[in-house]
Design a protein around this ligand. Structure first.
Ligand code: DGT
Ligand code: CA
Ligand code: CA
Length: 578
């Protein structure tokens, strides 16, 4: 699938043009880059079936971009892009992945200091060369070094949301082979950690060698590191390492338990076995030489006196103790969500109409969908003002009337994703907020504040009677930006006092709240909502990732308000009076 590569190329082109100060054009490329990243169909297939005309039917793709896609599909290159790169030979994607480093800065750094890549950038910052450039300060240098350090921490790890579809597709292809009884994805992917080091696959097969041969010849694979009769280690074209192990039926459960981890969970489980005079390893649970369990995971846990535990909580953070007491929490299920309350439409420059988003939500079996376009302070996102919100209301009312006429039990709610300004006020007047079904508020600028100031800022927003939900409450962007500093306990206290709901944002690079904070919120009795923040209808499917994180945070159905039927959900939106 060429979508991802093309998305990267167009994003680079956009940045190269921005660096040169070109107006409009970069945004067209940026839009296509984002679109390709979320497009479910393979552009290669679209082109094969309908040629350049079919490409031009993709929203935002005009003739010039369609021709570039065609060129890439035919030759593997785009001359226009190559020319831009040869003029400014910098690693654009790499450099702009640092928070606070934009294309114009890259251009200057190249022009004055010949900075081409991260290594050059780090050196220049460390030698204090950057502060001497016009328009740069000591603080810029410091931010760059912090940004690089943060990037390095997550280097080599992949976003779960990015690789889950790829690894699932590999699993499905192996599953479809003859002689394959079972395939499982284990390790951190099965535990749904938000970032992944490598993928661990298990297969049960009556002809393991055949399956190993099939696996190492998959077109996704760039390199085979090792291949034996029951095991292979490879690297995919996207650099992800994948291990595949063939396991006999009799020890499949033991292997599944072992390779799911986490390592800390395994160490404690093994200790419990030893205390019972048993031995636990990836082949089974043994008393002396006699195997007493191993075929199934459930069997192993049971023989150890424990409940089976969902993989998402196997992190040795108290789950083992509860399981020994048969008090394992009953986590929210993957089919428990009834609506998504954070999504964007064409109104704020998103890609789909309200109706298209609603239709996709209905396909997912939802009862309600909340439209929450950006509001006016967010200019780059074409934020809506008070008047536009009123106009949008009319469109939503009309659609709801139509649904009612057709006897469709589905309701669109009108929300908005407002901005929490620097001083904690909201960028939309209360009178306009009062006409919405609910309002979300989020921090979208001025991230670098003191902990006390940022806490005050968010607390003030929660005091606004119309702000029902705080979006992506800690502001982290995985592999890019750390969360901003807040006193989360104070935030929880105010959320509880005001009845404000905290969001679990399902975007693969956000997953914010994280598992730890979800658990704290649950313990504090603060309600949460799992939203996708979809900018394309395909993003509505990210809900699964948000549910995974909720489960990692031990959330139960009752903790998550969008598992409620519509009426109960609307009641949950009512805020306490301060
Ligand atoms: P990752 O790949 O860094 O995202 O994290 P995992 O959890 O997938 O770790 P990985 O791939 O190194 O190993 C897969 C599982 O195998 C791990 O979750 C638990 C098990 N495992 C690996 N090494 C050890 C070990 O030294 N001791 C124990 N008890 N289990 C291990
Ligand atoms: Ca792994
Ligand atoms: Ca591994």
């Amino acid at each position: 699938m060429a979508n991802k590569e093309l998305s990267k190329i167009f994003s680079d082109i956009s940045n190269f043009l921005k660096a040169k100060g070109v107006s409009f054009k970069p945004y067209a490329y940026q839009k296509v880059a984002l679109l390709l990243d979320s497009l479910e169909e393979d552009v290669g297939e679209i082109y094969k079936n309908g040629g350049i005309n079919a490409l031009m039917k993709i929203p935002g793709v005009g003739e010039s971009i369609a021709k570039k896609i065609e060129e890439y599909l035919k030759t593997g290159k785009i001359k226009y892009y190559e020319a831009l790169k040869s003029k400014t030979p910098v690693k654009m994607g790499e450099l702009t992945s640092i928070e606070g480093v934009g294309p114009k800065m890259v251009e200057k750094l190249y022009k004055y200091l010949q900075v081409c890549n991260l290594k050059d950038l780090e050196e220049a910052a460390k030698k204090h060369k950057i502060r001497e450039l016009p328009g740069f300060q000591e603080k810029t240098e410091q931010n760059i070094l912090e940004g690089i350090a943060f990037l390095r921490k997550s280097k080599g790890r992949f976003l779960l949301g990015e690789i889950l579809p790829i690894v699932r597709s590999i699993k499905e292809r192996i599953e479809a082979q003859e002689y394959v009884q079972r395939v499982d994805i284990c390790g951190s992917i099965r535990r749904r950690k938000e970032t992944i080091g490598d993928a661990d696959l298990l297969v049960e097969s009556s002809h393991p060698a055949k399956i190993i041969d099939y696996f190492v010849s998959l077109p996704d694979i760039a390199k085979v590191y090792a291949k034996g009769p029951t095991k292979a280690m490879v690297m995919l074209k996207n650099n992800l390492h994948v291990d595949l192990r063939a396991i006999p039926k009799r020890s499949y459960g033991a292997a599944l338990q072992y390779f799911t981890g986490s390592k800390d969970h395994n160490i404690v489980t093994r200790k419990i076995a030893i205390e019972k005079g048993l031995k636990l390893n990836e082949y089974g649970l043994f008393r002396g030489k006699k195997k007493i369990a191993g075929g199934t995971e459930e069997g192993i846990y049971k023989a150890l006196g424990m409940d089976w535990m969902p993989p998402e909580i196997r992190e040795n953070t108290g789950e083992i103790e509860l399981s020994l007491k048969h008090k394992t929490p009953h986590l929210i299920g993957y089919h428990d969500v009834r609506g998504d309350l954070h999504c964007h439409t064409k109104w704020d420059g998103g890609n789909n109409s309200i109706l298209e988003m609603a239709e996709e939500a209905m396909k997912l079996g939802y009862e309600y969908l909340g439209i929450s376009d950006h509001t006016k302070a967010l200019k780059i996102e074409h934020g809506l003002n008070e008047k536009q919100l009123l106009q949008q209301r009319k469109e939503i009312d009309k659609l709801n009337a139509k649904f009612q006429m057709l006897n469709t039990k589905f309701k669109i709610l009108q929300g908005a994703e407002t901005n929490i300004l620097k001083d904690g006020s909201i960028d939309i007047k209360e009178e306009a907020l009062s006409k919405l079904d609910y309002a979300i508020a989020g921090v979208h600028a001025y991230f670098k504040m003191s902990r006390a100031q940022m806490t005050e800022r968010i607390i003030k927003a929660m005091r606004n009677p119309y702000i029902k939900i705080i979006a992506h409450p800690t502001g982290r962007i995985l592999k890019k930006r750390d969360n901003y500093k807040i006193d989360f306990n104070k935030v929880l206290k105010m959320a509880k006092a005001t009845g404000t709901i905290l969001e679990i944002n399902s975007q693969p690079e956000r997953l914010d709240l994280d598992a730890q904070n979800i658990r704290k919120a649950k313990e504090a009795g603060v309600k949460m909502i799992i939203n996708t923040d979809a900018h394309y209808k395909s993003h509505l499917h990210y809900m699964e990732l948000g549910i995974s994180q909720a489960r990692r945070g031990w959330a139960e159905k009752k903790d998550i308000v969008n598992t409620y039927p519509l009426r109960k959900f609307l009641r949950a939106l009512k805020k306490a009076k301060l």
